[in-house]
Design a protein around this ligand. Structure first.
Ligand code: KG4
Ligand code: ZN
Length: 353
């Protein structure tokens, strides 16, 4: 019989952050004992993540990053009760490094291993700062790879209301960032530039806003990206127009994300809205969603360190699954198409109007 998990090591290597965290569980409450995140700078010069470089950087970093997380938590390998590691989706070569290391540790220590879905990790991130956070809630997951609107009646029961048809919200930020001459990742730079930009100068399209029936919670950002590209090409002075373009683009994204999120909360009668994933670091997004909800639901967002990729959120999601008695076996492999556990697709319940 396994011991009830009390001290969980989390490992995340799905993209360009090598991260490890130690989570202490007491009386069903999770306390973050340490979190180490090493961001790989090497990709900046390429304007995007280069998969093979990411894998190699994870190989160099994984041992010192895990050791440092254990040190900062004042613990040792022998004190661990479980290992939670991202199994997908993500770059397979990158995932393979963390997964193989985590699997080997768990096997060597004779403790349970749990493979975690990266997006379920993002969903659990706010619980690290708000232990009382519990479903039901609406969740907007907005990262570099995904844009999903979910209804969450219970942990482990995720109902997909809508997702992007093409680019993810973060991907749109990053691609527009390249057009505007910002480095990768561009989300934070666009947010900063947008502050001084004129929101009315560039009226970009609000894709899928006003879509009806089954499309009412769906997203699309590729046409918006093209609209920004045309505006950039039409600019005679990009230096002068940069902040206005950044603001115009951000306004369009925030309008669509906030309107659909607020509509979902209203339609399903949820009083809590969780924003997760890297784009949820955007303070203007949080404000726009809060405005749209106008007091009908509270908005919960983790701090930026826990919203961008990190191992603490993986440990939190893994701890919940371990506590339910779930285990991964030693045949666990990474997958770039790992199914989101508990996700129900299909059309959302018909709108009641
Ligand atoms: O969740 P995350 O760290 O990695 C993935 O799982 O993809 O999200 C990274 C994404 C990047 O596209 C980045 O540009 C975006 O989050 N991002 C932001 C902000 N901070 C990070 N987007 C908009 N505003 C921000 N402040
Ligand atoms: Zn992520």
């Amino acid at each position: 019989m396994d011991r009830v998990a009390e001290r969980i090591l989390g490992i995340e290597t799905s993209c360009d952050e090598t991260s490890a965290a130690v989570l202490n569980l007491r009386d069903g409450r999770a306390g973050l004992a340490s979190l180490v995140i090493l961001s790989q700078d090497v990709h900046r010069i390429f304007g995007g993540v280069v998969p093979e470089l990411a894998s190699r950087a994870h190989i160099r970093a994984i041992v010192p990053v895990v050791d440092r997380a254990l040190d900062e938590a004042g613990t040792t390998l022998g004190d661990l009760d479980g290992v939670a590691v991202t199994a997908g989706p993500g770059l397979v070569g990158a995932l393979l490094v963390g997964l193989t290391y985590g699997k080997t540790l768990a096997w060597r220590l004779g403790i349970p291993l749990i493979g975690v879905h990266h997006l379920e990790g993002h969903l659990f991130a706010p619980t690290l700062e708000d232990p009382g956070l519990a479903p039901p809630f609406i969740a907007l997951l907005v990262s570099g790879g995904h844009t999903m609107l979910l209804d969450v009646p219970e942990w482990g029961d995720y109902r997909l209301l809508g997702e992007t048809r093409d680019d993810a919200a973060g991907e749109a930020f990053d691609k527009v960032g390249v057009m505007l001459g910002f480095g990768y990742p561009a989300g934070p730079a666009i947010e900063r530039a947008a502050v001084s930009g004129d929101p009315a100068r560039f009226a970009f399209p609000r894709p899928m806003l006003g879509a009806e029936s089954d499309d009412r919670f769906a997203f699309s950002f590729s046409g918006l990206k093209t609209a920004v590209l045309h505006a950039v090409r039409g600019s005679t002075d990009l230096e002068r127009d940069r902040a206005d373009l950044a603001r115009g683009f951000q306004e369009a994204v925030l309008d669509v994300l906030s309107a659909k999120t607020a509509a979902a909360a209203q339609e399903l009668g949820r009083e809590t809205v969780v924003l997760g994933g890297g784009v949820a670091c955007n303070r203007a997004l949080r404000e726009r969603v809060t405005d749209r909800l106008s007091g009908r639901a509270r908005v919960v967002v983790a701090s930026p360190r826990l919203n961008t990729d990190n191992a603490a959120m993986i440990a939190a999601a893994g701890a919940w699954r371990l506590a339910r008695g779930e285990r991964s076996d030693w045949s666990l492999e990474p997958s770039d198409r790992l199914p989101f556990p508990g996700l129900q697709r299909g059309s959302p319940t018909p709108a009641t109007r």
